[in-house]
Write a protein of this length. Structure first.
Length: 267
């Protein structure tokens, strides 16, 4: 919902002043380093994982049962430090372990990364992010919906819905969302459960893609089975992208409805 400049009429809303990127990062203080890493760091990490995916997969297989723990632990640490994106290690999990094992392993890595990211962000952000949020009514509405009961704050289920909707879009940045949710002091049960629910669809899609690609290339390389036609694989990938895109649009609209409701109730 657009916010209009105050016109002198009752109920008029003043548009927040425009802020340059430089000013935004300056006002974040130490958290600006985290914000920069959250946006730029995963790009390089993603290319490294995808570029050496088969080598990493063979190394993990060589460590047998320990390989699964190493994968989940490294996933948690590197994603929590904003050094890797979410899709690349999920694809690696499907390529290495298949769907049934790779999906829970990747989701475990996500949860661990969210915990690490939360603690780091809480220590670095202080009250700076909170002050920036106060200047933006739309951001403040999300913050209010995540607060414990009282005032305009929502209860457990509504807060859980907000976190899930924030995590659900396929283009939602994992590390940057960790920073925001930690800065507004999101409650632990809401933070962890909402993260798991919101990330599950895109994690499963990436795991499926990794497992399918591995089967396809293994069939060609080793001649074990007749590989599936490439058009079938491409069609499957396109359908997954479309489904995730639809989910993202639905989540965005639902989040807008919730935040608009919170803003109306706070007046």
């Amino acid at each position: 919902m657009p916010e209009h400049q105050a016109t002198g009429k009752p109920g008029g809303t003043k548009t927040p002043p425009t802020m340059t990127a430089g000013e935004f990062f300056r006002r974040l203080g130490p958290a600006s380093i985290l914000a920069f890493l959250a946006l730029a760091g995963p790009i390089a990490g993603g290319f490294l994982i995808l570029g050496f995916m088969d080598t990493i997969a063979q190394w993990l297989h060589g460590h047998e049962r320990e390989g699964l723990a190493i994968y989940a632990g490294a996933f948690a640490l590197l994603s929590g430090l904003a050094l890797i994106p979410t899709y690349a290690p999920s694809i690696l999990g499907g390529w290495t372990f298949g769907i049934l094992v790779g999906f829970p392993a990747a989701l475990t890595g996500f949860i661990g990364g969210a915990v690490i990211g939360y603690f780091i962000a809480r220590r670095a952000s202080g009250d700076r992010v909170v002050r920036l949020i106060e200047e933006r009514p739309s951001w403040a509405a999300v913050r209010d919906a995540l607060l414990p009961g009282g005032g305009v704050g929502a209860g457990f289920w509504k807060s859980l819905g907000i976190v899930t909707l924030l995590r659900l879009p396929p283009n939602s940045p994992f590390a940057a969302t960790n920073l925001v949710l930690a800065s507004v002091k999101t409650r632990w049960p809401v933070y962890l459960l909402g993260t798991a629910l919101g990330l599950s669809p895109r994690t499963f899609a990436a795991i499926w893609l990794g497992a399918t690609l591995h089967h396809q290339f293994a069939s060609i390389r080793e001649g074990l089975d007749a590989p599936k036609p490439w058009w079938l694989l491409v069609t499957g990938i396109v359908l997954v992208i479309v489904v995730l895109g639809v989910i993202g649009v639905i989540a965005k609209r639902a989040l807008e409805r919730v935040t608009n409701s919170v803003k109306r109730n706070s007046r």
